[in-house]
Design a protein around this ligand. Structure first.
Ligand code: HEC
Length: 129
C-alpha cells in the first residue's frame, strides 16, 4: 500500500511538472504571456490601457499600425525608431521570437483591437543580427 501511494505521488508530480513545462501553449496562454510581457516592458510608456500619453507616447489602442500588416510592426519592434514623438526602444535583444509573437498577438487583440495573431516564425524571419 505504501509503495502504491509513493508511486501515485510520483505520477502526480510528474504529470504536474509536465503541465508546467509544456512548450505547446494554447491561444489563451499565449495572450496571457503577451500581456505579462506588455506590462513588464511597454506599459510604462504606452500605459496598461494602451492609450499612451498625449504628445509623448502614441496610443496602441485603435491604432491601425498595430492592427495592420504584421511586417512593419515586427520590424519596428525589433529595431526601434527615433521619430517625432521620441525614442521607441529596440527589443530584439530583450525578447525571444516566442515572447515577441505573444506580445504582439496581445496588443493586436487588446482594448478592442482585432487582428490576426503573430507567429514566432514571422518574428524569426525578420530578425537580423
Ligand atoms: C521608453 C518609452 C517606450 C517604451 C518602454 C516602449 N515604447 Fe513604443 N514607442 C515609444 C515612442 C516615443 C514611440 C513613438 C516613436 C516615434 O516618434 O515615431 C513609440 C512607438 C511605438 C509604436 C508605433 C506606433 C505608431 O503608430 O507608429 C508601437 C507599435 C509601439 N511603440 C509598441 C511598443 C511595445 C509593444 C512596447 C513594449 C515592448 C513599447 N512600445 C515600449 C516609447 C516607448
Amino acid at each position: 500500500m505504501k509503495i502504491m501511494c509513493a508511486l501515485l505521488s510520483i505520477f502526480i508530480i510528474m504529470a504536474f511538472c509536465n503541465l508546467c513545462f509544456s512548450p505547446h501553449l494554447n491561444g489563451a496562454q499565449v495572450i496571457n504571456q503577451g500581456q505579462e510581457a506588455y506590462e513588464a516592458n511597454c506599459a510604462d510608456c504606452h500605459r496598461s490601457n494602451g492609450e499612451g500619453l498625449a504628445v509623448k507616447f502614441p496610443a496602441l489602442k485603435g491604432n491601425p499600425f498595430v492592427t495592420g500588416a504584421p511586417q512593419p510592426l515586427i520590424e519596428l519592434m525589433l529595431r526601434g525608431r527615433k521619430g517625432k514623438m521620441g525614442l521607441m526602444p529596440a527589443w530584439q535583444e530583450h525578447l525571444s521570437d516566442a515572447q515577441m509573437a505573444a506580445l504582439l498577438s496581445y496588443i493586436r487583440n487588446a482594448w478592442g483591437n482585432q487582428a490576426a495573431p503573430v507567429q514566432p516564425q514571422d518574428v524569426g524571419k525578420l530578425r537580423r543580427y
